[in-house]
Ligand binder design. Structure first.
Ligand SMILES: Nc1nc2c(c(=O)[nH]1)N[C@H]1C(S)=C(S)[C@@H](COP(=O)(O)OP(=O)(O)OC[C@H]3O[C@@H](n4cnc5c(=O)[nH]c(N)nc54)[C@H](O)[C@@H]3O)O[C@H]1N2
Ligand SMILES: Nc1nc2c(c(=O)[nH]1)N[C@H]1C(S)=C(S)[C@@H](COP(=O)(O)OP(=O)(O)OC[C@H]3O[C@@H](n4cnc5c(=O)[nH]c(N)nc54)[C@H](O)[C@@H]3O)O[C@H]1N2
Ligand code: SF4
Ligand SMILES: [Mo]
Length: 666
């Protein structure tokens, strides 16, 4: 038995360092290591059992070409030579006939590593002149809001939460989605910190919180604006900080002034006295930190809501102290270099397609129509909005669908050509999370299962075959990594740390304090409370768009993360059928009891499953988790069949939680 180091590249903030046990060339165990600041030797159950995914019977071992109608389940195994030849021929003839824009790459969160997320795949499609993909499933509204207010600035380090006297979890459920924050919160509480949770459902941490505010989905904007208004009105605004470090405070106060606590209470369903209690607690506590999650961005008001939430610490003067401020995604820019440097090919001036509106794009785009779609790092049938229409479009006989995947997903099942992909234990990567400020150079620890190949191996080969390689191109993983690190002065330091220790910290250090060690990345280094760019994009930043519910579809459907999966990743391993969580009152009003077979429907689709009465949900809200597979419901559709192909006010963000539905017994 042998042990090797690796790191988890899954779409999770924590970015755990791993110790992998290997016996006779096979992985037999995974554990957390101590190289990162928060993993502390433990990891989630999903990755501890990664071998079930890696060696399970759904794993794809060789290239497959469909036999029979799309989605019929018939496949012929073919060689890589044949598969790549077929793919190159088809793409070349589509490009020659209809232009590169008839080809669409489609990818998202399968891997957060710099070598597997972009690099040669991106270079390949850019050189083909393919349509550009606007990647908007997640953190797109959040990213836009954060950039608009703060430029690029790292947030409060997760390990610094132990210093906070007040922790606010806003639209985030770390018990499932970023488990290493939970012990930090516990330690802070042992030292006397208070905990507030703002979430329409009573999450595990909300149950233990000092205060739980349960707004109706999509109403965080009036809640945050009312808090801002009260901070200004009650003399809790930090005038000195606002004058020195911000712009737009007066305009923000003006826009927030319409939202008294009573007005926000009426819209959100949170009691006005609870809002008042929050304002006083927040104003009186320091350090106070807001951990904003992704639950608040996925609706028509999402961008403005995140912006308003991020304005709160600036207005109340909670920045500039260790353990205070805010944490959003701790994105890439703090590294000074990024995967774009590995791609080394600017985006062509071709059209952009918003991935969250893929059903509409496939149906309606012309000149040219999308004739080929190449999917990797993504399972859109299970994760994109408007599932029923998407499945119909992907089943079109005249769409050439290629899916590069580890397992036979719902999307792969509709493909013309399926290519087997390696997992992170079978390829090299530069892995970093969006919470913990660490990067790992993780090497393959075992040979690939079957004939699986990495993203770079597949698309590097296609670049070569199709004559798209140019002189000086970095083509191997190591050459791409070297090119990334050569692109910035700090890169040399990062590369050295990675070579020596396999792990690196970013230039501002791993626990920077805002306004002490780091400043906003805006041109004047100030917080732009009413950013002009955001104001234009949102067509009026902080403008509230009312609840889209109707008498026909009165219930808000939310689809939070499951503890046992990452989005749809690992869904093949789940056997339990889907249940719709319902508040007791909503179930009773429809004569529904626990375990009843039900139908949930709206103008986009219909889902058949069973009801589960859930005391943790507020009235008017029901819940069907994200990432379920078609096999988990009685009619082969999931929550995504009920999600409109509509977007939030910023970033083209998918509005996953804007689904409004009706429910009845079946
Ligand atoms: N185990 C596990 N971990 C994951 C993932 C996973 O699928 N499973 N996914 C990863 C990914 S891709 C992401 S983006 C992150 C997501 O991390 P989180 O943001 O923590 O995940 P969600 O469960 O999507 O949403 C968080 C909470 O938002 C609440 N919510 C829904 N609508 C609203 C609203 O309008 N306002 C407010 N205030 N709250 C609302 C939900 O009830 C939920 O409890 O987690 C990552 N980690
Ligand atoms: N209803 C609903 N749907 C949602 C959301 C919601 O809140 N509600 N949230 C959304 C969010 S936050 C996100 S981030 C998206 C995520 O949506 P997706 O990007 O579709 O993410 P996953 O479901 O994790 O699927 C990733 C796939 O990539 C594959 N993969 C992993 N590594 C590699 C690799 O190296 N190469 C290749 N070729 N493939 C690989 C995995 O096997 C997996 O099938 O889902 C969104 N969908
Ligand atoms: S999914 Fe998250 S918690 Fe689990 S091992 Fe990966 S980084 Fe750690
Ligand atoms: Mo996400």
């Amino acid at each position: 038995m042998e042990q090797r180091s690796s790191a988890c590249p899954l779409d999770c903030p924590d970015a755990c360092g791993l110790t992998v046990s290997i016996d006779a060339g096979r992985v037999v165990g995974l554990e957390g290591d101590h190289r990162g600041p928060i993993t502390d030797g433990f990891i989630c159950g999903k990755v501890r059992k990664f071998t079930d995914h890696m060696y399970g019977h759904d794993r794809i071992a060789r290239p497959l070409v469909r036999a029979g109608a799309k989605g019929s389940g018939g496949w012929h195994g073919i060689s890589w030579e044949e598969a790549l030849g077929l793919m190159a021929d088809r793409l070349q003839s589509i490009q020659a006939r209809s232009g590169g824009e008839a080809i669409l790459p489609y990818h998202y969160g399968g891997s957060n590593g710099w070598l597997t997320d972009g690099a040669l795949v991106t270079r390949f499609f850019r050189r083909l002149g393919a349509s550009n993909l606007q990647r908007t499933f997640c953190a797109s509204a959040t990213g836009a809001a954060t950039r608009g207010l703060y430029g690029v600035m790292p947030g409060t380090a997760l390990e610094d939460f132990v210093h906070a006297k007040l922790i606010v979890l806003w639209g985030v459920n770390p018990s499932a989605t970023g488990i290493h924050l939970v012990p930090m919160i516990e330690r802070a509480r042992e030292a006397g910190a208070k905990l507030v949770v703002i979430d329409p459902r009573r999450t595990p941490l909300a149950r233990r919180a000092d205060l739980h505010l349960a707004p109706r989905p999509g109403t965080d904007l009036p809640v945050a604006l009312a808090i801002l208004h009260a901070l200004f009105e009650r003399g809790h605004a930090d005038r000195a900080f606002l004058a020195e470090h911000t712009t737009g405070a007066e305009e923000l106060a003006r826009r927030a002034s319409r939202w008294t606590l009573d007005a926000a209470a009426a819209e959100s369903g949170v009691a006005a006295q609870d809002l008042a209690e929050f304002v006083e607690l927040y104003a009186a506590s320091s350090p106070a930190v807001i951990r904003a999650g992704w639950g608040l961005e996925r609706n028509r008001n999402g961008g403005s809501a995140v912006a308003a939430v991020l304005a709160i610490p600036a207005v109340a003067g909670k920045l500039g102290i260790r353990g205070g401020g805010y944490t959003m995604g701790n994105g890439d820019a703090r590294w000074g270099v990024g995967e774009e440097h590995g791609t080394a090919q600017p985006a062509p001036p071709t059209r952009s397609v918003n991935m969250s509106q893929i059903s509409t794009a496939l149906r309606e785009l012309r000149d040219p129509r999308i004739e080929a779609m190449v999917v990797f790092n993504c399972n859109p049938v299970a994760t994109a909005p408007d599932q029923r229409a998407l499945i119909a479009e992907l089943s079109r006989e005249d769409l050439f669908l290629v899916v590069h995947e580890q397992v036979m997903t719902d999307t792969a099942a509709l493909a013309d050509l399926v290519l087997p992909a390696t997992t992170f234990l079978e390829h090299d990567d530069l892995t970093r999370g969006y919470g913990t400020m660490r990067m790992f150079h993780s090497r393959a620890v075992v040979p690939p299962v079957g004939e699986a190949r990495s993203n770079n191996a597949v698309f590097g080969e296609l670049l070569t075959r199709m004559g798209l390689v140019r002189e000086g191109d970095a083509m191997t993983d190591d050459a791409i990594a070297a090119q990334i690190f050569a692109a910035a002065p700090e890169g040399a330091k990062l590369a050295r740390e990675l070579a020596e220790h396999g792990v690196a910290t970013p230039p501002p250090g791993d626990r920077p304090v805002a306004f002490v060690d780091v400043f906003p990345g805006t041109p004047d280094r100030k917080v732009h409370l009413v950013s002009e760019a955001l104001d234009r994009e949102a067509n009026g930043l902080y403008t509230y768009r009312p609840d889209p519910r109707t008498d026909e579809y009165p219930l808000a459907l939310i689809s939070p993360a499951l503890a046992t999966q990452i989005s749809s990743y690992f869904g093949q391993l789940r056997s339990a059928p889907a249940t719709l969580g319902m508040a007791r009152a909503d179930a009773a009003a429809r004569g529904i009891t626990d375990g009843d077979p039900i139908r949930i429907w709206n103008q986009y689709g219909e889902v058949h499953c069973t009801a589960k009465l859930d005391a943790d949900l507020r009235e008017g809200v029901c819940m069907l988790p994200k990432g379920l597979w078609r096999k988990h419901t009685a009619n082969g559709y999931t929550s995504n069949a009920l999600i409109p192909p509509a977007v939030a006010d910023l970033g083209g963000q998918a509005a996953f939680n804007d689904a409004r539905v009706q429910v009845a017994r079946r």
